[in-house]
Design a protein around this ligand. Sequence first.
Ligand SMILES: [Zn+2]
Ligand SMILES: [Zn+2]
Length: 267
Amino acid sequence: MQKFNYHTHTYRCGHAQLDFTDEDYVLEFIKQGFNHICFTDHMPEKNKIDKRTNMRMDYKEKENYYKSIQELKEKYQKQIKIEIGFEAEYLPDDEENLFELKNEVDKIILGQHFIYGDDKRLRIFRQADFTDKELLRYAKYIETAMEKGLPDIIAHPDIYMLNRNSFGTIETKVANKICAAAEKYQIPLEINLTYPCLYYQNKRKNIIYPCKEFWQIASNYNIKVVYGIDAHFKEQIELFNESMEVANNHIGYETINKLHFCDENLV
Ligand SMILES: [Zn+2]
Ligand SMILES: [Zn+2]
């Protein structure tokens, strides 16, 4: 069983459990037998690009985030290894902010929730329709981010299925592009456990990602894979094993057994 989790949020993003402190996360992970975690809350933006509220910490909260996690790192060093990072979206005109953040933390996971549309406005998955051209741009942004050395892990690479009804030619092309880049740069891809988590099942009946077809394609490449809890609530940590099993059954063991799961050093 994977004893590490590099996809963990905090109350600062505004849509995670508000009464669950950073220390509560650490204690829950220890309780569930984890030995290494990385906090990767939604990155703050120096210049506000994503105008939604309750999606990410304010830039001014960054120092408090660093301080809090540093204190926990020291306090619990005998029980668990704690790292700090961000979940980030790559945008061509935000590179300065992105690399500044990268230099300050241990890990960056790329959760590409949006891209710029053909009209240069932000296209957010689930909120907008994506043209085929825009979907290919999603793959391009991920490739570029890897090429530039930004991410340590690609979170939910199959999130683009939020905007598609079926897995056809274009979806296959996007999957192949992302997998080829992940293989080239040896950046692990994450099987995201948000949808498989039973805690969410009333709200989210269909498992949109992990996408079975995406991972079938991924299994043909020499790429590394990790599970990510994408923890926003205590229950997701408690239900890790069950969520993993639901995800594995959904993807199918024929595919799962072909994937190369990596250890905590991401190798
Ligand atoms: Zn979130
Ligand atoms: Zn996340």
